[in-house]
Design a protein around this ligand. Structure first.
Ligand code: ASP
Length: 365
């Protein structure tokens, strides 16, 4: 862990005097510590449905004794680099101007530190840049050109993240938005097979009356010692207004970790999550003794209760959008829930290799 020059001098003095403090949070009499009722069930990683390769890698590293943040970041790096996942990193769908802008944040339980980047262009691993913000600066969040400059300074190579597939889907979206502009709907015959597949299977991307889908990866993990970490990384809402920042790079919304309690993270409509800081809420619900699944459901319920704008409601009052949560606690229990189900999330550990399990949910469509 980095220190300031002053910390360095002070710890040098106290070490010399034989009084160096143990690393970790300072003990305070008012601090409530959640009793861990059962032993840690070994390392566990959970992630959104697109995170099976991520939890597999994270578990491998946790079993080798890696720090939980190293494990989850190495896990999501696989998905960030995958051009077929159009919701994250390289190959992510762009904003309304055709530019890929990425959001990410991470949090490390043992040090209670976090870092994030938002609206970052040109780097396929925003989670790695987020981690460097955490480790190399006194800040928590860098955005836009400042985040780009920071990434360049630390040796990240800038590249064009817009794949042919993502560009073609964007052209199709632009052509299908309005009958009074000059763009026609492109002929998909020349498109990549992946672009055609996504266009055919996701009408909600192109028609304003459908709730717009998106995607993200969140990965949360607990190691064999009960230490926790989480990371969330995304290309954000498809065809968003340039500069739009979602929940994914915001500590408390896109994820939250308290090393006494657990870790939680989210995917889905970022605006709803930002207005409730729901990952923080999910961790607080675990602190009150709820299981990870129950805590995730409580987060979903809060979003639905606060969704009072008519434009975001179906005729029966239910939300027009989905949000999902993923959580692990210090004891190695895990869970996931979404507003709308059924759905699946990825998990590895707790008695098995990487797999998908059913999410709990509040409503059916
Ligand atoms: N939460 C992401 C955002 O709002 C999108 C998603 O997870 O679907 O940017």
């Amino acid at each position: 862990m980095k220190t300031t020059r002053r910390d360095f001098l002070v710890s040098g003095v106290s070490a010399a005097a034989g009084t160096a403090l143990a690393p970790g949070k300072a003990a305070a009499s008012w601090r409530k510590v959640l009793p861990v009722s059962r032993p840690v069930a070994g390392p566990v990683a959970v992630a959104s449905g697109n995170g099976q390769p991520a939890v597999a890698r994270a578990l491998e590293l946790l079993n080798e004794g890696s720090d939980p943040l190293d494990a989850v970041i190495a896990g999501v790096n696989i998905v960030e680099a995958d051009p077929d996942d159009v919701t994250v990193g390289y190959g992510g769908l762009p904003n309304a101007d055709g530019v890929v802008q990425l959001d990410s944040c991470c949090m490390h339980g043992p040090t209670h530190r976090g870092g994030g980047v938002a609206a970052l262009e040109g780097f396929r691993h925003p989670s790695k840049v987020a981690r460097l913000v955490m480790e190399e600066t006194d800040h928590v969040l860098l955005v836009g050109q400042g985040a780009r400059k920071f990434a360049l300074e630390y040796g990240f190579e800038e590249e064009n993240l817009l794949t042919d597939t993502a560009r073609q889907i964007w052209l199709y979206w632009r052509g299908s938005q309005s009958e009074i502009d000059d763009y026609l709907v492109p002929n998909t015959e020349e498109f990549t097979p992946r672009a055609k597949e996504i266009i055919e299977n996701n009408p909600s991307l192109f028609y304003p009356e459908e709730p717009r889908s998106a995607g993200t990866i969140n990965c949360c993990a607990v190691d064999a010692n009960g230490d926790l970490a989480a990371v969330t990384t995304t290309s954000g809402l498809f065809f968003k207004i340039p500069g739009r920042v979602g929940d994914s790079p915001i500590v408390g919304a896109g994820l939250y970790v308290d090393n006494d309690v657990g870790a939680a993270g989210s995917t889905g409509r970022g605006e709803a999550n930002l207005l409730n800081l729901t990952s923080f809420l999910v961790v607080e619900e675990m602190r009150r003794g709820r299981s990870p699944t129950e805590a995730c459901l409580a987060g979903c319920r809060r979003i639905v209760e606060n969704n009072i704008e008519k434009r975001l409601q179906k005729p029966n009052g239910d939300p027009t959008f989905n949000v999902s949560f993923y959580a692990v606690n210090k004891a190695g229990e895990y869970g996931s829930a979404s507003i709308y189900g059924p759905g699946r999330f990825a998990v590895a550990g707790a008695g098995g290799d990487e797999r998908h399990e059913d999410r709990a949910f509040l409503l059916t469509r």
